[in-house]
Design a binder for this molecule. Structure first.
Ligand code: PXP
Length: 247
């Protein structure tokens, strides 16, 4: 079981701030360099259909700005798979995407959509990417991921985070138990479990303590926190909290 829990820093929301004004500042490529300096293990970006976060031309600049592996999140669409094939990320994480949602709500229903997802998985695998599926901590979804023979799944922690933030301790603990069971199930099926969404300094500990998890992907909170403390400080503190939870 991995002792070092990897931290993927999602820098999308640096681009969100830039896009609020147009122009070039703040630059997500600079955030990628800072994340590397602060000890991140990877850079995660989501090229959305509506380009509300990073844009196509950010991809190459982000890659040039750091030596970290890039995890590209993408919807199961012809356009996005085509872009991802040409870009050739280290990892490709398929996520659900609806234009009207504020963020990625719920995991990808691979059990229901496997006929659409499987060819996209095969194309990204052929492009050399380590394919991941962003799913709910649900045994049906995990069984389907194993059937699809992807190397990685990412468990959606959004529900856990919402329950934590609402002060619903019983609900949060139940969701944490679901995440723990799902991570173990994934491991036993030969999948490498990652997790992410909605994680903060306040709620990361119990998730980081799930020993079957190999990686967390964290974005929105870190970029928000960077406003107060700077990005490197925020990432270093998250790293410390993750390490403490594992100790
Ligand atoms: N993992 C995946 C697959 C995501 O889509 C996102 C962003 O929605 C995250 C992790 C990071 O979530 P957050 O920005 O809430 O930390």
């Amino acid at each position: 079981m991995p002792d070092h829990l990897r931290l993927g820093v999602n820098i999308d929301h640096v681009a969100t701030i830039r896009n609020a004004r147009g122009g070039i500042d703040p630059d997500p490529a600079r955030a990628a360099a800072l994340a590397e300096a602060a000890g991140a293990d990877g850079i995660t970006v989501h090229l959305r259909e509506d380009r509300r976060h990073i844009r196509d031309d950010d991809l190459d600049r982000i890659r040039a700005a750091s030596t970290l592996p890039i995890n590209l999140e993408l919807a199961v669409t012809e356009e996005m798979v085509g872009i991802a094939e040409r870009f050739g990320p280290h990892a490709a994480c398929f996520v659900p995407e609806k234009r009207e949602e504020r963020t990625t709500e719920g995991g990808l229903d691979i059990a229901g959509l496997h006929a659409q997802v499987t060819p996209a998985v095969q194309r990204m695998r052929a492009a050399g990417a380590r394919v991941s599926l962003f799913i709910e901590p649900d045994p049906v979804q995990i069984a389907m991921a194993a059937r699809m023979q992807v190397p990685v799944i990412e468990l959606h922690t959004g529900r856990y985070a919402d329950l934590h933030n609402a002060g619903d301790t019983a609900g949060r603990d139940a969701e944490l138990a679901r995440l723990t069971t799902a991570a173990k199930d994934a491991r036993q099926r030969g999948l490498e479990p990652h997790a992410g969404h909605g994680l903060t300094f306040a709620n990361v500990g119990p998730v980081a303590a799930i020993r079957d998890l190999a990686e967390l992907n964290i974005g929105h909170f870190l970029i928000g926190e960077a406003v107060f403390s700077g990005l490197e400080t925020a990432i270093r503190k998250m790293r410390t909290l993750m390490d403490q939870a594992r100790a």
